[in-house]
Design a protein. Sequence first.
Length: 111
Amino acid sequence: MTSVSVKRYRISLLVAAAIWLGACVYRIDVQQGNLLEQDEIEGVKVGMTRNQVRFLLGTPVAQDAFHSDRWDYIYFFKQGRSRKADRRWLIVYFDDDLVREIQRDVPVKPT
C-alpha cells in the first residue's frame, strides 16, 4: 500500500467510527410545564373556585398579567430520540373566583 492509500484508509476508518459513535449519543427526555392527566382535566368543572382548580392541576405555568381571569396550563414532553412530542394546552377562564369556561385540547403550534 502506498502512503496515500493508507491515509485514505485511515480517514475512511475515522469517518466511519465518528458516524457509528454519533449514533450512540444519549438523548434526554424533555418535560416542561404541568403534567396534565386526563382524569384531572376532566375533574375541572364550571363553577369551581380558583383554589379547587389549583388543587387539581397545580399552579398554572402562564399567568397573564393583563388577563387575571385566565389561567394557561401547558404541557410538553419529548422522549429522547423520538421525533414526536406530546403537547397539551388547557385554558381556564374565571369570573371573579369561579370557573366560567374551560378550553381543553387547544391546538399547540410547534415552533
